[in-house]
Design a protein around this ligand. Structure first.
Ligand code: PBG
Length: 338
């Protein structure tokens, strides 16, 4: 598309910026609470809130408090919440077995939240890293994350989560073929209407740092079994763009309903390209490190926090995202609603 304009002095672009009313009329992108998916960490402890130090202003919530958060989302006009679990390390093992427990933390939280606020969509992460003692998203054998064996477990995990009431399952593990396998598994179990949001283009990123504290992730590279110190054999290389499109194409062919690009702000080019090429509902994840950067700079007085939040979220929409997964959701919704 070409945009036409005349020449100075007949054309003066500043005319369209001189007042609030004309800026409002010419604004190309709108951001509202309805664009937000609230990223929320739940834990299996008794305390209602355990602050996450690397992410000031967030806390791990008990199941009870998570139910309260779901009600709050409904009041704020936030359509959906994505939950991420922090479980007692004693429940972790090499196989991440706790991921399949129908009475585990995630299932309890989903049930409590759907009870409290049935009209708020609940999204769950399909991946094993909150449950494995080695911290990887899949099963580890002789120093390698084994793909097909992991996919089988992920299918079971998605079915267990769906039975608990999850509306969207979101595989964030980056195993090959998992979207198709999860779709087939859900359908066979009678869950044709469960949505799949695929972390279609997920990069191996330093920006997930604070999340490791938030969910108490096992330390990569530690322990037995030649544990790799990073996730680069399954998450994407940040140098690549074409590869993201191939990943997305595969996930669409396998049945993904919604697409997610992650991390967010350093990857707006990927968001723009994925949306332009495929046109599916596309979301960006403003990840823990992005949250932490805005909070840390604001705490130092180097950024205006509220403006930085709204500007960063608006940038995702401008790039083509239909919505944003963000830890700032309740704060942003309150600011936008005000
Ligand atoms: C893992 C998962 C991660 C995040 C969501 N799901 C971390 C990782 O891939 O290493 C990161 C979220 C964030 O940083 O906010 N399945």
């Amino acid at each position: 598309m070409t945009t036409y304009s005349g020449r100075y002095p007949a054309s003066r672009p500043r005319r369209l910026r001189q007042n609030n009313w004309i800026r409002s009329l010419t604004r190309e992108t709108q951001l509202g609470p309805g664009d937000l998916i609230w990223a929320l960490v739940v834990h299996d402890g008794a305390e209602d809130e355990v602050p996450v130090s690397a992410m000031p202003g967030t806390a791990r919530l008990s199941v009870r408090a998570a139910a309260g958060a779901a009600k709050r989302a409904a009041t704020l006009g936030i359509p959906a919440i994505a939950i991420f679990p922090h479980i007692d390390t004693r429940k972790k093992n090499a196989h991440g077995k706790e991921a399949l427990n129908p009475d585990g933390l995630v299932c309890q939280a989903v049930r409590a939240m759907k009870d409290a606020a049935p009209d708020v969509g609940i999204m769950v992460d399909v991946a094993l890293d909150p449950f494995t003692d080695h911290g990887h998203d899949g099963l580890l054998e002789n120093g390698a994350i084994v793909n097909d064996e992991t996919v089988k477990v992920l299918v079971e995990q998605a079915i267990v989560q769906t039975r608990a009431g999850a509306d969207i399952v979101a595989p964030s593990d980056m195993m090959d073929g998992r979207v198709g396998a999860i779709r087939a598994g859900l359908d066979a179990a009678g869950h044709q209407d469960t949505l799949i949001m695929s972390y279609a283009a997920k990069y191996a990123s330093a920006f997930y740092g604070p999340y490791r504290e938030a969910i108490g992730s096992g330390k990569l590279g530690s322990g037995a079994n030649a544990n790799p110190g990073d996730k680069r054999t399954y998450q994407m290389d940040y140098a690549n763009t074409d590869e993201a499109l191939r990943e997305v194409a595969l996930d669409i062919a396998e049945g993904a309903d919604l697409l997610l690009v992650k991390p967010g702000m350093p990857y707006l080019d990927i968001v723009a390209r994925v949306k332009a090429e495929f046109g599916l509902p596309t979301y960006a994840f403003q990840v823990s490190g992005e949250y932490a950067m805005i909070k840390a700079a604001s705490a130092n007085g180097w950024l205006d926090e509220e403006r930085a939040i709204i500007e960063s979220l608006s940038a995702f929409k401008r790039a083509g995202a239909d919505g944003v997964v963000t830890y700032f959701a309740p704060k942003a919704a309150a600011l936008l609603g005000a």
